[in-house]
Design a protein around this ligand. Structure first.
Ligand SMILES: Cc1cc2nc3c(=O)[nH]c(=O)nc-3n(C[C@H](O)[C@H](O)[C@H](O)COP(=O)(O)OP(=O)(O)OC[C@H]3O[C@@H](n4cnc5c(N)ncnc54)[C@H](O)[C@@H]3O)c2cc1C
Length: 463
């Protein structure tokens, strides 16, 4: 059981790393304690998007008459079938990773892996037996789980995390969602669309707090319009689950409020899986719940690396994959540049969607830039009007002096598929005028990017 590279964990960090390593000629093993594909494919990115697709189709059917269509009979949902579809999609994706492992001749070893000194890994199998593996390079990609707050202990029934939220046997009539990051907002939107009465409780002054303030405000308006109640500057101090449902005691600016619901979803972030995996025995340095690494994901102990949600940086699937590829390319001796964490897109897949990259207006100002800001609303876009999705806008921020594209923030239908334009343009150090001279197809939502840039430079056509 000697390999060139052993990868601990098979999420979008681990399995992508293994494939790239195999392409580079290494003999690779992946150790996985659960399902291939990790959180992203089994409990994160993919099953949530399947649920959100059901919500979108349901919303379209409910609004069929807006498009001149009539539906004979009542439009209804089968909650269990919606959940089953999502699980089926996740299962299919995990099988896809199994296929990719075989195709790339990667050894998959089931069990719980623990790193040991001397570049060894112990794997405890389901039956309790332990096998020892060794490698020249060991990459830790054990990911993360739902973070539990001391005043919000998850019992998996009334106070739940994201895993339970996507597998509930019964649709709750009322739900409290604590935390309004991407995960909280996506679940709030899904359950609201299904007919659950949803209240979001957010500690910060704005929902989706990492986004540009204009985006947060628009999102708040849109979610409220769809029927979701939103409490900002509020925190759940304690919960009582002794009754039939759950009672949440919420501290607000105006005093305490008691909310009652069937379930409370705690969506307050994640906690890295760094416990019991041999870090202390091996001497691998950590800070709080993250493994410390350099620009090439090397830990302080030679031969041991870490990538993905277990290291600092945005906890996103595409970041985990990019880190893993970079890590093994460096091991292979290729010339690699450190990842630019300032050019990582972030997306929220509710209705409307949010997609952003780079600095918010506030951050750009704080950083001392003199800025040019352009904004183009989808209400002025022919494609958005035709599609019946005129909500939202594209906002761009440029450095006034040199034309550097500092930030791009979008909210609207399908914008998560549009943000890559800004990512590529920023990577290529494209200026605003170059975007303006790059002809965008008509009619598309992406024209709004060109128009927002034009607005920043006083050349907007359709406003
Ligand atoms: C509800 C939800 C929605 C999300 N949506 C998105 C999205 O739309 N887009 C996006 O980019 N990101 C999204 N994310 C985040 C994304 O899922 C993570 O950033 C990503 O999965 C991290 O990848 P990873 O490889 O670091 O870890 P993970 O995907 O967590 O994989 C780690 C793997 O390691 C295994 N493991 C752990 N410990 C051991 C051990 N000791 N031995 C063997 N195996 C072990 C685990 O079983 C797991 O399979 C979402 C997350 C959640 C929870």
């Amino acid at each position: 059981m000697k390999f060139d590279i052993i990868v601990l964990g098979s999420g979008p960090g681990g399995y992508v790393t293994a494939i790239r390593a195999s392409q580079l000629g290494f003999k690779v093993a992946v150790v996985e304690k659960e399902n291939l594909g990790g959180i992203c494919l089994n409990w994160g990115c993919i099953p949530t998007k399947a649920l959100l697709k059901s919500a979108q189709v349901f919303d379209y059917l409910k609004h069929a008459s807006d498009y001149g269509l009539t539906i004979s009979g009542e439009v209804d949902k089968d909650f269990n079938a919606v959940i089953a579809r999502s699980r089926g999609v996740a299962e299919g994706m995990s099988k896809g990773v199994q296929f990719l492992m075989k195709k790339n001749k990667i050894e998959v070893i089931d069990g719980f892996g623990k790193v040991k000194p001397g570049k060894k890994v112990d794997v405890t199998k389901a039956d309790g037996s332990v096998i020892e593996l060794s490698a020249d390079h060991i990459i830790i990609a054990t990911g993360a789980r739902s973070r539990e707050l001391p005043n919000l202990p998850q019992d998996g029934k009334k106070v739940i995390g994201y895993r339970q939220a996507m597998t509930l046997a019964e649709q709750p009539k009322k739900m409290i969602v604590v935390g309004s990051g991407a995960i909280g907002v996506e679940f709030a939107h899904f359950y609201n669309s299904m007919g659950t009465e949803v209240t979001i409780v957010e500690f910060m002054p704005n929902i989706v707090p990492v986004e540009d303030e204009d985006i947060s405000k628009q999102m708040e308006r849109s979610l409220k319009k769809s029927g979701i109640k939103i409490m900002t500057n509020s925190s759940v101090e304690k919960v009582d689950t002794t009754g039939e449902g759950v009672k949440a005691f919420v501290k607000t600016a105006k005093g305490e409020e008691i909310l009652e619901a069937d379930v409370l979803l705690s969506a307050v972030g994640i906690k890295s899986n760094i416990e019991n995996i041999g870090l202390e025995e091996t001497g691998i340095a950590t800070d709080r719940d993250k493994i410390l690494v350099n620009d090439f994901y090397q830990t302080n102990i030679p031969g041991y690396y870490a990538i993905g949600d277990v290291v600092p940086g945005q906890a996103l699937a595409h970041v985990a994959s990019a880190e893993g590829i970079l890590c093994v390319e460096k091991i292979a001796g290729l010339h690699v540049e450190p990842l630019d964490y300032g050019n990582i897109p972030g997306c929220t897949y509710a209705t409307p969607e949010i997609a952003s990259v780079g600095m918010t207006e506030k951050k750009a100002k704080e950083a001392g830039y003199e800025i040019k800001v352009g904004k183009f609303p989808f209400s002025a876009s022919g494609k958005a009007k035709a599609a019946g999705t005129p909500d939202g806008f594209v906002k761009v921020i440029f450095d006034a002096k040199y034309g550097e594209w500092l930030g791009c923030h979008m909210i609207g239908a399908g914008v998560t598929d549009m943000i890559a334009e800004a990512v590529v343009a920023r990577k290529l150090e494209t200026t605003g005028h170059e975007i303006l001279k790059a002809v965008h197809p008509h009619p598309t939502m992406s024209e709004a990017v060109m128009e927002a840039v034009a607005e920043a430079y006083g050349e907007v056509i359709h406003l």
